[in-house]
Design a protein around this ligand. Structure first.
Ligand SMILES: Nc1ncnc2c1ncn2[C@@H]1O[C@H](COP(=O)(O)OP(=O)(O)O)[C@@H](O)[C@H]1O
Ligand SMILES: Nc1ccn([C@@H]2O[C@H](COP(=O)(O)OP(=O)(O)O)[C@@H](O)[C@H]2O)c(=O)n1
Length: 230
């Protein structure tokens, strides 16, 4: 069967990667979490003294951007890909609140986006890919055959993230997560380069009141209607 490209964009913590990963596994496509790539650049910046307090040393980051190697490897225990930064598994570290608080400013930088988009497009060259993020349907794969834009209320999204961190045994404050979700949405929607917005041809999904299973079924049905239109 001919392979297609699937772009899933939307607001933070609404379930994009959950549905994207599940679909990719079911249909045998590659799954790429583009947010993990921006998070890895952010972690690198924190660990190398490039992002201190609220200041980013953009000149140093620009010089080092080609030394930042990001890759994904399937974790057999979870059945999902883990993120590697220069050969080190950083899957847990990139999900910390410190990285969440710093990732949106890093993602406004044009040279960072240019490098990430280049790598993402190379990963999707042969199609058969599900990628989730903020600009996949608008910038990375504007010709994707299936585009979805996911949203849910900020409170519901913060609660989902809170439950997730709690389940992993990480310290978390619902109020802090809600503030972070709102702040990232604001920065992501208002940045100059590739702001978060729904592509005109993207299908809108508000999953505020859908279960994980319901949204999985919804996405599978949309996929089927693209690959088997009759
Ligand atoms: N429809 C849903 N109902 C309840 N929880 C959900 C739903 N979709 C996803 N989740 C949970 O919400 C959290 C955030 O989902 P995730 O897929 O990481 O979001 P995103 O990729 O948009 O940031 C995860 O813990 C996930 O299990
Ligand atoms: N394609 C993308 C993906 C993420 N990002 C940035 O990376 C951040 C983290 O993305 P993410 O997908 O991991 O965020 P969550 O919704 O999973 O918390 C976003 O808030 C954006 O600032 C982006 O600018 N473009």
């Amino acid at each position: 069967m001919k392979k297609i490209t699937i772009a899933i964009d939307g607001f933070s913590s609404c379930g994009k990667s959950t549905m994207a990963k599940d679909l990719a596994r079911e249909i045998g496509y590659i799954y790429i979490d583009s947010g993990a790539m921006y998070r890895a650049v952010t972690l690198y910046s924190i660990e190398n003294g490039i992002f201190t307090g609220t200041a980013i040393d953009t000149e140093t980051l620009k010089q080092r951007i080609n030394d930042i190697q990001i890759s994904f490897q399937l974790n057999p225990a979870t059945g999902r890909p883990d993120t590697y930064l220069n050969g080190v598994n950083v899957e847990d570290k990139i999900r910390s609140m410190e990285v969440s608080n710093k990732v949106s400013p890093i993602s406004t930088l044009g040279f960072v986006r240019q490098e990430m988009v280049k790598q993402q497009q190379a990963m999707g060259e042969r199609k058969g890919i599900v990628m989730d993020g903020r600009d996949i349907g608008t910038t990375v794969f504007p010709d994707a055959e299936l585009k979805v834009f996911v949203t849910a209320s900020a409170e519901i999204r913060a609660q989902r993230r809170y439950d997730e961190l709690k389940a992993k045994g990480q310290e978390a404050s619902y109020e802090e997560i809600l503030a972070n979700v709102k702040q990232r949405d604001d920065i992501d929607q208002n940045r100059e380069v590739s702001p978060l917005r729904k592509a005109e041809d993207a299908l809108l999904l508000d999953n505020s009141h859908l279960t994980i299973e319901e949204q999985r079924d919804w996405l599978r049905e949309k996929f089927q209607s693209v690959v088997n239109p009759d």
